[in-house]
Design a protein around this ligand. Structure first.
Ligand SMILES: [Zn+2]
Length: 456
């Protein structure tokens, strides 16, 4: 896997739906099988050598042994050699994490330390081409080519797999592509994740130029009645289509529970349930991507409340709504899109944003049921959430002028910080590079979707 050395560069991951032919699917399944075998073999080898010789086998040792292993196990030859190497690197990473965790535990940190475990085939779902470009006689030559079919579709020329059709739902600078991961979801659908190198300095420069121009600012109240209400009087509804899909999901899950585990009918139902899960996930993502894009395209300063979402979920009967609404995901999406678009994101302390009168500053206590803010002092009557959004925006300004421009302490949300655009304080979600398609990437937690900086 290519490492990005310069500090100002980081990787964004783009995910595209892939449509392998029957033959390609057959090949990919076989590759996953072979790679799974290799993963477990490499793991066992390390274990064995440690037991017998008390020494650690390194990545390069295992890589150098690949040709020999290929002679012994010719099936390995079906798989592209760099993809094999990437699997060995995954093993190496698993061990590095293990040793790292061990150190932390020794220092007294309360963490679970797990010895790297063998993977069942069901968990071997992705394979990675760790290099898209290579140098040849001083020139960059593509190992994997991208060929556009039309505005919607393209072909990836994968070595030993052939032309893999993908839905190119967005533009991508192929010259900056670093790795390609092919992944099968539980539903049986295939996806391709492409990591692309981005230069932070370049982005920051563009951002600074933009910020110097007159900024348009907005405060956003995330709520239960509406997903979001802005200080520009925009009322954004919770997407209803998700509720419909969820009803279907419940029905299908009931049917599944009546089937005998392991039977053909069970497997059929299981796939159907997985497909609906995937549709919900994709529909929610899609909606939040559009909404976050709208926000960063239209506003230069975007202010959210600094909500402790995990705590809210634990303590609140509104938990399901919060999860469905994907507040955390929305904030994350806005935050990283803001970096690219030259907008600034601030998260402010949520104390009293609902109560304070946005016109005169009077505290007006409310219950959850009070939908209207009625100020006894100045007589203002406003929608409760709109009133809050104006207060949130005001706090955002105070926050900025208070000199603490930058990421707010939002670790409570467990998903990246409020974004800021000053160098040094820019926060972009984890730069983890192992399995860019992994579910924990800009994957789906703690609220659906978050991760390495994933732009889709
Ligand atoms: Zn008032």
């Amino acid at each position: 896997m290519s490492r990005v050395k310069e500090e100002s560069k980081f990787l964004l991951t783009y995910k595209f739906r892939a449509y392998p032919t029957v033959l390609q699917e057959y090949k990919l399944e076989n590759w996953l099988f072979v790679l799974c075998w290799l993963y477990n073999y490499a793991l066992e080898e390390r274990k064995k050598v440690w037991k017998e010789e008390e020494r650690t086998v390194s990545y390069s040792e295992q890589q150098n042994n690949l040709p020999k292993l290929k002679k012994k196990e010719p099936i390995l030859k079906f798989v592209h050699s760099q993809v094999l190497q990437d699997t060995l690197r995954r093993v190496d990473k698993a061990f590095q994490k293990f040793f790292h965790d061990l150190e932390r535990k020794k220092k007294g940190e309360k963490i679970k330390v797990g010895y790297p475990k063998k993977k069942p085939i069901a968990k071997c779902k992705s394979l990675t081409f760790p290099q898209v470009w290579m140098k040849q006689k001083g020139k960059l030559v593509p190992i994997i080519k991208l060929e556009k079919e039309n505005n919607r579709f393209a072909y990836l020329h994968l070595p030993k797999i052939g032309k893999l059709k993908i839905r190119l739902h967005r533009e991508i600078d192929w010259t900056k592509a670093k790795t390609v991961t092919v992944k099968r979801e539980p539903s049986g659908n295939w996806y391709v994740c492409v990591s692309v190198e981005v230069d932070l300095d370049q982005i920051l420069k563009e951002v600074e130029e933009k910020v110097e121009k007159r900024a348009k600012a907005v405060g956003i109240d995330l709520g239960v009645k509406h997903l979001a209400v802005t200080s520009e009087k925009e009322f954004i509804e919770h997407p209803k289509f998700l509720q419909k899909l969820e009803k279907r999901l419940k029905r299908e899950q009931k049917k599944l529970s009546r089937k005998e585990k392991g039977s053909i009918n069970f497997e059929k139902r299981r796939k159907r349930v997985a497909k609906i899960h995937e549709r919900i996930k994709n529909a929610r993502r899609d909606f939040l991507h559009k909404l976050s894009k709208y926000l960063v395209d239209n506003y230069d300063l975007i202010t959210f409340e600094n909500l402790d979402i995990p705590a809210l979920i634990e303590n609140n009967r509104l938990a399901k709504l919060i999860l469905d609404a994907g507040w955390g995901t929305l904030i994350t999406f806005v935050t990283y899109k803001a970096v690219m678009a030259g907008a600034r994101v601030v998260r402010v302390n949520p104390a009293y944003t609902t109560q304070i009168c946005s016109v005169c500053g009077q505290k007006v206590p409310k219950t959850l049921a009070d939908r209207i803010h009625k100020c006894p002092v100045c007589g203002t009557e406003l929608d409760r959430d709109y009133n809050a959004s104006v207060n949130i925006l005001r706090k955002g300004f105070t926050h900025l002028t208070g000199g603490r421009v930058g990421a707010t302490q939002t670790e409570a949300c467990g998903e990246g910080n409020g974004g800021a655009l000053l160098k040094g304080s820019v926060s972009y979600p984890s730069l983890k590079q192992e399995s860019p398609c992994g579910s924990s990437g800009w994957g789906d937690n703690p609220l659906p979707e978050v991760p390495s900086v994933r732009a889709e």
